[in-house]
Design a protein around this ligand. Sequence first.
Ligand SMILES: C[S@@+](CC[C@H](N)C(=O)[O-])C[C@H]1O[C@@H](n2cnc3c(N)ncnc32)[C@H](O)[C@@H]1O
Length: 222
Amino acid sequence: MPNRISRVTRSKESARASYNRMSRFYDLLAGGSERKFIEIGLKKLAVREGEKVIEIGFGTGHALVSLAQAVGEKGKVYGIDISDEMVRLSHERLRKSGLAERVHLKRGDAAKLPLDSESFDAVFMAFTLELFDTPEIPIVLSECRRVLKKDGRICVVAISKKGKDNLMMRLYEWAHKRFSVYVDCRPIFARQTIEDAGFQILDCEIMTMWDLPVEILLGANQ
Ligand SMILES: C[S@@+](CC[C@H](N)C(=O)[O-])C[C@H]1O[C@@H](n2cnc3c(N)ncnc32)[C@H](O)[C@@H]1O
């Protein structure tokens, strides 16, 4: 159906198993195409020295390295990811970068953040909000609001639906339905969803990847 977002039917265990399998090839499969959007998102989030930041769905950990550099010695970065292998690979990357002490990684589900309320300055989430089933997206965003301090920032990078679906959008959604284990991301109404969750949008840049819109959104916890 046009202008509705597809549902996500696979279980969390299946997501965990699939990202464990994909982890070693993830940078080859997606790294190149997604990296520039992540860099733009990190710039918009503009993490400062001494801040406490969390990344949700950190994958192979490239953004964690940038965040750990940005917070400096006095800051702290947390990360949560459902995949054991992503946690292991990211630990390894941080260790090699000499930044492991500033970062605390946890394997878990972002729909239930095991973190204190109002304790973070910023949240970063790239190509991950699209993986949650439709009723769960507001739950994840409300968890983000809960752990953020008042006026804390969130940056979400997401494949989005904008206007009329083009051929690529229809193909992508077909692939998502047909091969949901591998094509698990599906386009969402990112801006609307983030506004509905109660964030004030401070900045929104729309770009394209494989002819699909990618929104890079910066919001503030009001
Ligand atoms: C598409 S990848 C994006 C990785 C990284 N943010 C990037 O852009 O390179 C999505 C990541 O979210 C993680 N993930 C999937 N479901 C999750 C959940 N329920 N809670 C936390 N992380 C999840 C996956 O293991 C994977 O590392």
